[in-house]
Design a protein around this ligand. Structure first.
Ligand code: GLC
Length: 473
């Protein structure tokens, strides 16, 4: 039976329509905006995801997406979570709020904070699909290694194996309840009036989008308070880490960090650069081991650590980030069975449109408010791929397949929304902004990497090879 390509075509159309052209060092370059409705610049982990989906359809397009991220890399290796389009002012906080002009490369403007470090994962995926004579990865490997070295030396100075994040936005899960206890220590009354006024006058997400879907006002004051503080500290990392009330060893970010170091190591191994490959494999191992130690046996979750002001205090809020270690194959058999129970429990994460960002019965659960309840395709992808790595565990394989089908069905039914209502019966299943790029890219990635192979061979073990073979036959 002929396969229906129409949704794949629509997904590609969304990515095409959200493409942005600009000049960089006198050459025309392109990248994809997460959404024309609001996110009108380039976002780091969104772009890593765009490239992963695009790699199956147009490798050059995927490479442009990644190259554009590297164009924003600072001399010290840092890559910001936003690379700004200088002509667009739709999004707040824009270029001037960050005060990073002196640090960014010439004529490129970026934010001063990171996002989950997916870059090596994305590049490794591209590497596996690229033709032999394509030297894109070789060209950018030194920059990628510099980026990893930056993260390790600046965000894990104490060599704990775990990176520290300094802003909720660095986790990619902005208003997750796992930040509540820390953010509540920033007293809104003590935030300078000029910061609050700037937010009140310039915040646009609540105007372009629905106010009930977006983070609360007091949280926005706190987000901008942190940015203002770091700007005043001239983005000096040592000073920031010493003074910030928000310094966290986060589960999601560190799961990606472990996976990314392994991916970088794999790319180097493929090139026979064994001592370097060993170094990054060691970093991955250290992170996996540190995360296993953070397991809370009573609550069945990987704790986060608040390391502000020299503390080392566990935070045990249960959110979808607790499943992210699956992606880096961190859970031991005991952890795994506890996680599987939570994932399938209809009072916790087993919703009609799984996997909600917060357990359904948590007092913090709000079905449409951003990272406080809705289901996000990106976290689903990490869970699906994580479960698939437990190749000998039939329960994991079955659940991965089920989640894959449900994620695709959710997108097929509603279109490419930013995120989704966890209950399908509600009318408002697609939430946030529509025509959203990473939902389109994730749809393409899942289709090509798993569904098509599943349909044809019922095997996903060697899906990269299977894909390559299917292209050449
Ligand atoms: C929001 C999300 C973040 C994403 C960005 C652009 O800030 O929380 O994860 O990268 O939007 O889509």
């Amino acid at each position: 039976m002929a396969r229906d390509h129409s949704l794949e075509q629509q997904a590609l159309k969304v990515l095409h329509q959200n493409s942005h052209l600009s000049f960089y060092q006198d050459t025309l370059q392109r990248h994809i905006l997460p959404s024309r409705h609001y996110y009108t610049h380039q976002w780091f982990w969104d772009s890593c995801m765009h490239a992963m989906g695009l790699a199956y359809y147009d490798m050059k397009w995927a490479q442009d997406e990644i190259a554009s991220l590297f164009h924003g890399q600072w001399d010290n290796g840092f890559i910001g979570h936003i690379i700004f389009n200088t002509s667009d002012t739709t999004y707040y906080p824009g270029i001037d709020v960050w005060g990073t002009k002196q640090l960014s490369p010439r004529n490129v403007y970026t934010s001063g904070i990171i996002q989950p470090p997916l870059l090596a994962i994305s590049m490794n995926h591209m590497d596996l699909l690229s033709s032999k004579n394509d030297n894109f990865i070789d060209t950018y490997l030194p920059k990628l290694m510099l980026y990893h070295t930056y993260l390790k030396t600046v965000r894990d100075k104490e060599d704990s194996g775990l990176l520290t994040i300094i802003h909720p936005w660095e986790s990619g899960t902005d208003n997750s309840p796992r930040w509540d206890s820390i953010l509540s220590r920033i007293n809104v009354a003590n935030i300078p009036e000029r910061v609050k006024k700037d937010v009140d006058q310039n915040r646009k997400d609540t105007k372009n989008g629905k106010i009930s879907h977006r983070p609360q006002r007091n949280d926005y004051y706190r987000y901008l308070y942190l940015v203002d503080m770091y700007k005043n500290l001239k983005w000096n990392s040592d000073a920031i880490l010493e003074k910030t009330p928000f310094a966290i060893k986060d589960t999601l970010v560190n799961s990606m960090w472990a996976k990314a170091n392994q991916a970088l190591s794999d790319m180097l191994t493929r090139r026979n650069r064994l001592p370097e490959a060993q170094l990054f494999a060691n970093w991955a191992r250290e992170t996996r081991s540190a995360m296993r130690k953070s397991w809370n046996n009573k609550k069945h979750l990987y704790a986060l650590y608040d390391v502000s002001y020299g503390k080392h205090q566990a935070i045990d809020t249960d959110t979808v980030s607790n499943f992210m270690p699956l992606y880096a194959h961190i859970p031991t058999p005991e952890h795994l069975s506890a996680l599987l129970k939570k994932l399938t429990d209809p009072t916790q994460y087993g919703s009609v449109n799984p996997v909600p960002s917060v357990p359904l019965t948590s007092p913090s659960f709000e079905p449409t408010r951003y990272w406080r309840g809705p289901t996000w395709p990106i976290t689903n992808l990490f869970i699906i791929e994580g479960l698939k790595t437990y190749t000998k565990n039939a329960v994991c394989q079955t659940l991965a397949k089920k989640l894959l089908r449900k994620t695709e069905a959710m997108i097929e039914k509603k279109g490419f929304y930013e995120y989704y209502h966890p209950f399908a019966s509600k009318k408002e299943s697609g939430v946030g902004f529509g025509d959203f790029s990473w939902s389109a890219a994730i749809y393409l990635y899942l289709k090509k990497r798993y569904t098509i192979q599943d349909d044809q061979t019922d095997s996903v073990r060697n899906s990269h090879q299977a894909f390559k073979k299917s292209q050449s036959s």
